[in-house]
Design a binder for this molecule. Structure first.
Ligand SMILES: Nc1ncnc2c1ncn2[C@@H]1O[C@H](COP(=O)(O)OP(=O)(O)OP(=O)(O)O)[C@@H](O)[C@H]1O
Ligand SMILES: [Mg+2]
Length: 251
């Protein structure tokens, strides 16, 4: 195993009687494109929420680059480099693509308090946004208001917004939900490419098994708060338990 960017230990989460994580242990390896799959309601989104701080951790520990983060507020986790996109599109609809990307980029460069840093920061932010537009393939629509974009491009913009804060760990919750096949390929190629560049470790939650198996280097199967399977796409496809509970005859 390479460097572990995330180490989850004995993470437990209940919603009333419903248990979505039962003393869960999970490591995420830096640079390894990992997918988390499992039936509806398995607790995939909840797991992301616990890691990013959108939900309070009830018990257990989460180490990010060796540091305990499970009690830190969201913004501190973002600052450390943990970011996420949501299952539902989450951008400013009235603002253009460029403006949507400029906001988090400026917020990031605003971290410095140096004299004159503000103007320098804005120049740098513009360069960074240009770079981001290229990365997510939206340079051609940079002046288009976000709500006019196709659904696929909106999801790409979301990925761009998440990348703007230069995360080292990025969770994408169903990035291709509601997309047509053409948009899907575009988004996936993008994620594949960005993952190869190596600055960001991607963790994907996805229901489309074609996507999961073609894109992932590792697949983790979540079921009733437990890890039912963990391995390469090939191993997961051939895992008897996983087939019984989740995949059925779909592979
Ligand atoms: N904030 C919450 N309060 C109470 N119950 C919740 C909350 N969020 C999720 N749940 C419940 O926890 C369980 C796991 O939900 P979660 O959204 O994590 O599943 P999921 O694996 O992401 O499912 P899907 O594939 O449908 O997105 C479900 O039974 C859900 O109803
Ligand atoms: Mg979900």
């Amino acid at each position: 195993m390479g460097d572990l960017i995330l180490q989850i230990r004995k993470l437990t989460n209940f919603f009333g009687m419903v248990c979505t994580a039962k003393e869960l242990d999970l490591d995420i390896e830096a640079g390894v494109l990992t997918s988390i799959i499992g039936p509806n309601g398995a607790g995939k989104s909840t797991l992301i929420n616990l890691i990013t701080g959108n939900l309070p951790v009830q018990s257990g520990s989460i180490l990010f680059k060796g540091r305990e983060i499970s009690r830190l507020p969201i913004h501190q986790r973002v600052r450390l480099g943990i970011c996420r996109s949501f299952q539902i599109v989450n951008i400013f609809p009235e603002l253009t693509v460029l403006e949507n990307l400029l906001i988090p980029t400026l917020a990031l460069s605003g971290r410095t308090r140096r004299f004159f840093a503000k103007i320098e920061g804005e120049d740098r932010a513009r360069d960074q946004v240009k770079n981001l537009l290229e990365k997510v393939g939206l340079a051609g629509v940079k002046d288009t208001p976000a709500n006019v974009l196709s659904h696929g491009d909106q999801r790409l913009l979301e990925v761009g917004v998440a990348l703007a804060v230069e995360p080292s760990l990025l969770f994408l919750d169903e990035p291709t939900a509601g997309m047509n096949p053409v948009e899907r390929v575009k988004v996936l190629e993008n994620i594949r490419q960005l993952s190869r560049e190596g600055q960001t470790t991607f963790v994907l939650v996805e229901h489309d098994m074609d996507i999961v198996f073609s894109l992932s280097e590792r697949v983790v199967v979540l079921h009733r708060g437990d890890i039912l399977g963990d391995g390469t796409p090939e191993e997961i496809k051939n895992n008897v338990q996983v087939r019984e509970v989740y995949l059925g005859d779909s592979v």
